[in-house]
Design a protein around this ligand. Structure first.
Ligand code: BEZ
Ligand code: FE
Length: 305
């Protein structure tokens, strides 16, 4: 006999006796954590078991599917080393990274929104002066980036430290090359009025690494590995919440399908094109190249907001 009173949400109807067996197991596993003396760990483990068991029951997971999942996680572990972090990629394409960022960076007044960190930050980038060039010889169209760093009360934040990093026009970060180059990354400090500007490269779209298990999942589910074009920022200032974010290029056809769900409307900026011959803002000789400019005003939340 099928007892539909033992169904929940999309869960298929199962016999009452079967449902009781499944619920007893979940209760027993939850109880096994009752004596955990760390209350947060207990909450995390019991929450995980609750949702994992609900998932298994909802989709009526087969043993073959569970074995396939274990194989997948094993392969994810095997390809992971100190340079390749496939588990983070998995978290990214499942939107888990972005949801964790959302939970931990609640909207505060008009503070700039955060987005994914990504795997390509390195902490020994060179410093450039205001107006300097972060491209470091990386190929791409010159892009003038300027803005002001503010606090949420509308005061400038003098001396804020601004780290920037980006892929070159071929879609690669410097660390993806094997020749040890440092390019497409630097840090600079906002001036006394919170203003900053620098030369970078017009961002171009690129795929996340997709030659491993995560790429297989994307392929099997008909998803693209492409990220929308972006320029990474990490902004720190005393007494302010560290901001990790990117800016995206308005009009980019990938804005709605960024494979790691990093795009937020407020982070989409106009990148205005200037044909060859239009003088650069700082008089730089662009050697006959066209250039682009964009503006990114940054608002930092207070540290404990
Ligand atoms: C990135 O923006 O660099 C990135 C983010 C998540 C996964 C892969 C790359
Ligand atoms: Fe990136």
């Amino acid at each position: 006999m099928t007892d539909t009173s033992h169904t929940s949400g999309s869960r298929p109807a199962v016999l009452a006796e079967q449902s009781a067996v499944e619920e007893t197991l979940t209760r027993n596993v939850l109880r096994s954590f009752e004596n955990c003396t760390d209350p947060r760990l207990k909450q995390l483990m019991q929450g995980l078991v609750t949702h994992l068991h609900a998932f298994i029951r909802d989709v009526r997971l087969t043993e073959a599917e569970w074995n396939r999942a274990i194989e997948f996680l094993t392969a994810t572990g095997h390809i992971t080393d100190d340079k390749r972090q496939e588990f983070i990629l998995l978290s990214d394409v499942l939107g888990a990274s972005m949801q964790t960022i959302n939970v931990n960076n609640e909207a505060y007044m008009n503070a700039t929104e955060a987005t994914v960190f990504g795997p390509y930050f390195v902490d020994d980038a060179p410093e450039v002066a205001i107006g300097g060039d972060i491209a470091g010889g990386a190929p791409g169209q010159p892009c003038w980036v300027e803005g002001t760093v503010w606090d949420t009360d509308g005061n400038p934040v003098p001396g804020a430290r601004i780290e920037v990093w980006e892929a070159d026009e071929d879609g690669f970060y410097d660390v993806q090359y094997t020749d040890g180059r440092v390019a497409g990354r630097a840090y600079l400090f906002a001036d006394q009025d919170g203003n900053y500007n620098f030369w970078g490269l017009t961002p171009t779209p690129y795929p996340i690494p997709h030659d491993g298990p995560v790429g297989q999942i994307l392929e099997a589910t008909g998803r693209s590995p492409m990220r929308a074009s972006h320029l990474h920022f990490m902004v720190t200032a005393s007494g302010k919440r560290t901001l990790v974010t990117h800016i995206f290029v308005s009009g980019d056809h990938l804005l709605k399908s960024d494979t790691v769900f990093g795009v937020k409307e407020s982070l989409i900026k106009d990148f205005v094109e200037h044909p060859p011959g239009v003088p650069a803002p700082d008089g730089r000789d662009l050697d006959g190249q066209g250039w682009v400019h964009t503006r990114f005003d940054i608002v930092l939340a207070p540290e404990n907001a």
